[in-house]
Design a protein around this ligand. Structure first.
Ligand SMILES: NC(=O)c1ccc[n+]([C@@H]2O[C@H](COP(=O)([O-])OP(=O)(O)OC[C@H]3O[C@@H](n4cnc5c(N)ncnc54)[C@H](OP(=O)(O)O)[C@@H]3O)[C@@H](O)[C@H]2O)c1
Length: 367
């Protein structure tokens, strides 16, 4: 029986604001199993995501209309809604991409899980009605997450992973890759498609390259030129700058066609109309982020006259996480671990994540 300490080290979010509202504690109460469905996990690594930053800053508030900066917004207070359209409660331990060892299991769970290394699905379901998106929460937002030595979850929300990847490498996958896979499902990406990917150097973007390639699609990655060498490691069909002036010409030169069947977008912002113009007739657009700005111009004539289809992609279907674990176990996708930061250096890690000089994912380690 593992000796579980009464208190633990944790990064605690105390409200909306700048980096100062993330406070390091070395004697925060260790979570306890309170329902027969819960398991307790000793966290080894937890990946960083923009949801943490956007929740802290209050970017999800409709009072904010600018690109993600990671800075605080004067217009936001504790009553403003978070990603799920409701305010979150403070104090809160963030962190969704958890990899750890199960140390205790409630009476409804499989006791064989004890001692197993697990990954958590970042989407927390109501397991009486798991397809209900309205009752789905995000790990580290609607309940405490993984920027701490211990966390707890419903036993159905984790899966043991049989892989030689390190804890930190495994912690790159959950949020970015389930988001990317779910987007590709919604736009029905398959062999023969050409997928234009914004933010391709980032967590979701690098996942989109790998997961679209896995399906046999052509991938055109858009990224800052300083990151092209690193993006090339994901082996996309072509790499373009972040926002080419003449996108159709750039596509023609790169892949021999001036339009694409799918745009997989995490950026939005000013370049959005150019992305939409690049879609062929009957093309599909999927968005799971708006890091370059949430308010965009849309010419409705382009949408209806070209028979386009638009998909918003956030909460995944329940099959997506188990599918992802299968891809990892079979070595069909590779982690893109850019850097690790120990919990005590959390603020430096989040600053590096916001500075975006890296390619791939940044992970917090706890051991
Ligand atoms: N809906 C969901 O469930 C969900 C899940 C995960 C993420 N997201 C959202 O998706 C977005 C991307 O997430 P991520 O984890 O991939 O982020 P990330 O790892 O930080 O990568 C974002 C990439 O976007 C590019 N970028 C940054 N600012 C930009 C700008 N102003 N214009 C164009 N490109 C810009 C950067 O690449 P370059 O410097 O190379 O251009 C960066 O590598 C975020 O907004 C996040 O909140 C949503």
């Amino acid at each position: 029986m593992t000796n579980i300490p009464a208190t633990m080290k944790a990064i605690v979010l105390e409200g909306h604001g700048g980096m100062e509202v993330l406070v390091y504690h070395d004697n925060w109460p260790t979570p306890k199993i309170e329902s027969p469905d819960e398991i307790l996990i000793k966290v080894h690594a937890c990946g960083m995501n923009n949801t943490d930053v956007n929740t802290r800053s209050g970017w999800y508030s409709k009072a904010v209309s600018e690109a993600t900066t990671g800075g605080a917004y004067d217009t936001v207070d504790a009553d403003d809604p978070s990603w799920g359209d409701a305010p979150i409660t403070f104090p809160r331990i963030q962190g969704a991409d958890i990899v750890g060892t199960v140390v205790a299991v409630g009476s409804n769970g499989d006791q064989d899980l004890i001692g197993k290394r697990v990954m958590a699905d970042c989407w927390l379901r109501d397991w009486d009605n798991p397809q209900d998106k309205n009752s789905t929460g995000y790990f580290g937002s609607e309940c405490d997450g993984g920027y701490a030595q211990y966390t707890k979850a419903h036993y159905k929300n984790v899966q043991a992973v049989n892989s030689e990847l390190s804890d930190a490498e495994l912690a790159t996958f959950s949020c970015s890759y389930t988001t990317a896979e779910s987007l590709l499902n919604r736009v029905d990406c398959k062999e023969g498609d050409s997928v234009l990917i914004t933010g391709a150097s980032g967590g979701v973007g690098s996942a989109l390259i790998q997961l679209a390639k896995r399906r046999g699609a052509k991938t055109i990655a858009m990224a800052s030129e300083a990151k092209h060498k690193d993006v090339a490691k994901f082996n996309p069909t072509a790499i373009l700058p972040r926002a080419p002036k003449n996108l159709s010409k750039a596509l023609q030169e790169a892949i021999g066609q001036d339009s694409v069947s799918i745009v997989a977008d995490i950026a939005g912002g000013e370049y959005f109309p150019t992305l939409i113009e690049a879609l062929e007739r009957g093309g599909r657009y999927g968005t799971s982020g708006a890091i370059a700005g949430p308010i965009v111009d849309l010419d409705l004539r382009t949408l209806y006259l070209k028979d386009l289809t638009f998909h918003g992609c956030t909460i995944t279907s329940t099959n997506v996480f188990p599918d992802l674990v299968g891809y990892i176990e079979r070595g069909e996708i590779k982690p893109a671990l850019a850097a690790t930061f120990p919990l005590k250096d959390f603020h430096a890690g989040q600053q590096a994540f916001i500075d975006k000089k890296h390619t791939g994912n940044i992970v917090v380690t706890l051991d």
